[in-house]
Design a protein around this ligand. Sequence first.
Ligand code: NAP
Length: 320
Amino acid sequence: MKPTVFITRKLPEEIIAPLKEKFTVRMWDSEDVAVTDYVLREEIAQVDALCTMLSDTIDRDMLESATNLKVISNMAVGFNNIDTEAAKEKGIVVTNTPDVLTETTADLAFGLLLATARRFNSAEKELRQGGWLSWTPMGFTGMDVHGTSVGIIGMGRIGEAFARRAKGFNMHVLYHNRSRKSDAEKEYQAEFAELDDLLKRADHVVILVPFTEETKGMIGERELALMKKTATLISVSRGGIVDEVALYDALKNETIFAAGLDVYETEPVPVRHPLLTLPNVTAVPHIGSASVKTRHAMMQLNVEAITDVLEGKEPENRVV
Ligand code: NAP
């Protein structure tokens, strides 16, 4: 009998065709609506391979029932939606999709910084509502990006791609990591800083660390209070790293200038979320890697990883 694969969201036929040639493939029949918990549990209990999205939570309880499961291939570089400890204990391989999304996500992060600091969203909203009555000397003024300093929290693959862009804008790059990156220091003249020091000195702060027990709530009331009144905060890696209640207070009280958000504690972010009522928030719906080419490349990696594991080979992007 052929091994069985379950894909939790509808993916393009041409990309999954190679899987169909070798395995029995079942796929959730919607691109827009997430697989139900019931179906996901039922499939996990039966299949040999699972292709998951970052919106699927794969917990220990679900994995208990997996009897044949050999691989979970997650269509994201982050894998905090999967209990990797539980998977490891059961000998289930977990893979992710790094590298192919690095530049696209850095584009989004840099674009979000420009949009947030220069207030694209409130300016566009005013224009569309007929509020643009005349050119005014201080109308829609924001903060410069070029020639300022940026603090990158998490100088990994995307952090470095962001630093490359920042150099093109003549920015001074500060960064914070658990370990020093001497190559990045040379290449981008990046300066290592402890977190508090970075927050105090940066004109713009970009969060690019993974979501872990250590980074959960990393930017809270105390950290936001250290930032400049003129600073912007760009949150692109995962919700839950920034404390959203503390962020709301900082933005409402204008102790920081603005925030650009791609990720949220709860996704999809509720439309009545208090942060969405603030004019100094630029919010997009977790679109960091959302270019056609990159999303296809990510799916391609999922197909290759599943094929490798089911054929007894070591997959390229194994996380456990
Ligand atoms: P990466 O190469 O692993 O970089 C992560 C960096 O964070 C590393 O340099 C790591 O360095 C640092 N780090 C980890 N834990 C830390 C801590 N506790 N304190 C300080 N620094 C820490 O990952 P990547 O490919 O750049 O991706 C980063 C994250 O972006 C992913 O985990 C994912 O959640 C997110 N992402 C979001 C989107 C989107 O659509 N919005 C798209 C792609 C990725 P040290 O280990 O030396 O500390």
